[in-house]
Design a protein around this ligand. Structure first.
Ligand SMILES: [Zn+2]
Length: 295
């Protein structure tokens, strides 16, 4: 058995698939693993973008998770019990010793009544409006990270070594502890610890200057989204769930690339009006990013 192939990186919201396995998840729920899906599952190692909602064979998909199973022997009559899902997965994402699947969580009784079993053909439909809004939140989140890096660039006294696609020291990737994507929004938490000070970041100045940095970031976001630019999720031709994917976007300062497992808009002009608010926290700060809803 092979990994679930995913079509969400290219923006798909519908598809047909063959059921590879139906897993008992307990609590009256089952997990349907298919050979290919447009559904974006929540990642078990970096759960930034929530799972898509929608339907499988007309039944509501209650959640969508990553599952892993020891590579299955086709001769095994009942491999379903071997799946582990989400936080219970004991291995690194993409461990080649395992088969990786997208697990669509359904009401077990409803799935049973609908006759969903191994080998069934099913129709998958993602809630496209919610997906669109999550993609907007996610693209805005990446642009906000680049704007933060640029605004904070003068606060580094040493060459940090790690730079983003626009040449700024990559504060985002060095300091981020939590990222949550929401429909038309994102919330990112940054910790400014001792190691960042040692690497040359003036963390006290940064916290004192948060309002100015926020204004600078908002000016950058306005300029970038006004200019527009093509954006894509690059799979490198690998359509497996656990492939390493990269968000690439053309900004006025050049092309940027950020490793990313989520979904995105195809032009950064689609998130025009994105604004950030910076707030101090215990040990750092948080960035609230919002995109005006489409009308
Ligand atoms: Zn991302």
């Amino acid at each position: 058995m092979t990994d679930t192939r995913v079509t969400f990186p290219a923006g798909a919201v519908e598809g047909r698939a063959r059921v590879l396995d139906v897993v008992d998840l307990g609590g009256g729920r089952c997990g349907v693993v298919v050979d290919q899906t447009p559904f974006h599952p929540v990642d078990h190692t970096w759960p930034d973008q929530p799972a898509d909602s929608g339907t499988l064979a007309g039944l509501p998909v209650l959640d969508c998770l990553v599952g892993a199973s020891p590579a299955i022997d086709e001769a095994d009559a009942d491999p379903g019990h071997r799946w582990v899902v989400a936080g219970d997965i004991p291995a690194r994402r993409g461990d080649p010793a395992l088969t990786w699947g997208v697990v669509h969580v359904l009401d077990a009784e409803a799935a049973d009544r609908a006759g969903i079993t191994r080998g069934s053909e099913v129709e998958l439909v993602v809630d496209g409006d919610r997906r669109r809004r999550l993609s907007r939140g996610h693209s805005a989140c990446h642009l906000a990270a680049l704007a933060l890096n640029r605004a904070a660039a003068p606060l580094w006294s040493k060459d940090v070594g790690r730079r983003d696609g626009l040449g700024s020291p990559d504060l985002d990737s060095l300091a981020i502890v939590v990222s949550r994507i929401e429909p038309d929004a994102a919330l990112d938490e940054y910790r400014l610890g001792k190691s960042l000070r040692k690497r040359g970041l003036a963390t006290t100045d940064l916290l004192e200057r948060l309002p100015q940095l926020q204004d600078e970031a908002n000016e950058l976001l306005s300029a970038w989204t006004a200019a527009g630019g093509h954006a894509v999720v690059d799979t490198g031709g690998d359509d497996r769930l656990v492939a390493r994917r990269t968000w690439r976007a053309d900004l006025p300062g050049g092309q940027v690339a950020i490793p990313c497992g989520g979904t995105h808009v195809t032009d950064i002009a689609d998130v025009a009006g994105t604004r950030v608010v910076y707030e101090p926290t215990d040990g750092g700060f948080r960035v609230l990013t919002t995109v005006p809803p489409e009308v």
